[in-house]
Design a protein around this ligand. Structure first.
Ligand code: DSN
Length: 439
């Protein structure tokens, strides 16, 4: 064998650098307290499928109607995935081909709106996802947003004022969904208005998908929305993927959704993540109700403990949250950007977030905290109190980041395995150890 040429040598060195950076990343998260509301951890059986041969294959179309050969086993997996999705969400229609939540949103817009149509949604400053923005999916489909009225005290849509807006403007499609999702949205209350103006109800359930499935948030497909789009890796602890779910008597609407998923917004769907999703859906049927309950309890416990330590947690009179997320106004602690950076340096991972009333999108006054991941590794109410103490030490008592980081790592030490999934009890399984082994 000849020596590699110099360029090959430096590229091989790059490969090692990449592997080491990913290994460092895994170690960083292993010892951190991850509180990003949109993140979660995959189960062992779901994770193993991400590196399976499915990753290398094509299967355009639907089970039994493929454009490629060799898909017999893929068909079995996808058929099971669709059955599990319909069972978990108690609905008639599922499509598991969108490869992300935003791609699922694009599919809905392609299926149910034309360029120039009016589509109801919430403002970004009130917590909407960037899909609703002119620089996001709405802009790509060239639909025009109609903004709902917002009640900043109750952190939800103002029903009475929104009814007036909908009656006056008559959008064709009405999107309900948020990325700062504290309370259920008034889908049922607005259903008669949607029916009156002939608008289709659409729910982006990415953040709260696992809570909906767990039966503890709201059930939008049975409250007045015909379609639910979502990513599948937030409170539903699945792979990074997308899903469309539907409940409608209108076969044409469902056919349009299916055609928008393929060939509209995907050619091949990602078979390895689809298979991992199938496992995650089965696991959520088995463990999701208990997981969802504890995730919300943990969010409420964290909010209460922060509130007791002088933090300005939003919606105290409403119990802070009914979801996995809490919002903290950190103006007194230096603003969202500064607080999130200082927390990160101390091993507590969160994100700065716009809050209602923020003057500048560049200087958000909030941090958003979520409990999906800390719950997944087995933390409960006592650990939430300990996390609030770490916030207090760092942001109110001026303790150095290194000291708080060491305390965070000590707390995390007992919580590196997973709960609420099959195979979690296997002695050898540690979530973060699956990275960085030599092939
Ligand atoms: N906007 C991301 C979040 O909520 O973190 C998800 O797309």
């Amino acid at each position: 064998m000849t020596d590699p040429v110099p360029d090959e040598r430096s590229l091989a060195a790059d490969v090692q650098r990449i592997r080491e950076a990913v290994r460092r990343h895994s170690r960083r998260f292993e010892s951190a307290i991850p509180l990003i509301a949109s993140e979660n951890l995959l189960s062992p059986y779901a994770k193993e499928l991400l590196v399976s041969d499915l990753h290398s294959r094509y299967a355009e179309g639907l089970p039994g109607e493929r454009y490629y050969e060799g898909n017999e086993d893929v068909d079995e997996v996808e058929t099971l995935c669709l059955d599990l999705a319909r069972r978990l969400f108690r609905c008639r229609f599922a499509d598991v081909r969108p490869i992300s939540g935003t791609v699922a949103n694009l599919a809905v817009l392609k299926a149910l709106a034309e360029p120039g149509d009016l589509v109801g949604t919430s403002r970004l400053a009130d917590g909407a996802h960037i899909s609703s923005a002119s620089f996001g999916a709405f802009g790509l489909r060239a639909v025009r947003p109609v903004y709902y009225a917002w009640d900043p005290e109750r952190m939800t849509i103002d029903v009475a004022r929104t009814r007036e807006i909908l009656r006056a403007v008559r959008p064709k499609l009405c999107l309900f969904g948020l990325s700062l999702f504290l309370f259920p949205l008034p889908v049922e209350e607005l259903r008669p208005t949607l029916e009156e103006i002939g608008a289709v109800g659409w729910y982006d359930g990415a953040h709260v998908l696992g809570l909906i499935a767990g039966g503890i948030f709201q059930d939008p497909l049975h409250e007045g929305c015909s379609v639910l789009s979502a990513s599948t890796h937030k409170t539903l602890p699945g792979p990074q993927h997308g899903i469309l779910l539907g409940e409608s008597d209108n076969p044409e609407l469902l056919r349009r959704l299916q055609q928008a998923a393929f060939p509209g917004v995907t050619s091949n769907h990602h078979l390895h993540t689809m298979a991992a999703l199938a496992v995650s859906l089965a696991e959520h049927l088995a463990f999701g109700a208990e997981y969802a309950r504890q995730t919300v309890r943990n969010a409420q416990a964290l909010a209460q403990a922060l509130h007791e330590r002088g933090f300005d947690v939003l919606a105290p009179d409403l119990g802070f949250t009914r979801s996995h997320t809490i919002a903290v106004r950190v103006t007194r602690e230096g603003g969202g950007e500064d607080a999130a950076r200082r927390l990160s340096a101390a091993g507590i991972i969160s994100n700065k977030n716009l809050l209602p009333g923020d003057k500048s999108p560049k200087h958000p006054q909030g941090v958003r905290l979520g409990t999906p991941e800390v719950t997944r590794v087995g933390m409960r109410e006592p650990e939430m109190v300990r996390i609030a103490e770490l916030f207090d030490l760092l942001l109110h008592r001026g303790r150095p980041a290194e000291e708080v980081r060491a305390a965070a790592a000590e707390l995390k030490q007992g919580f590196t395995g997973l709960r609420y999934c099959f195979g979690a009890g296997e002695a050898a399984y540690r979530y973060y150890d699956l990275v960085g082994r030599d092939p």
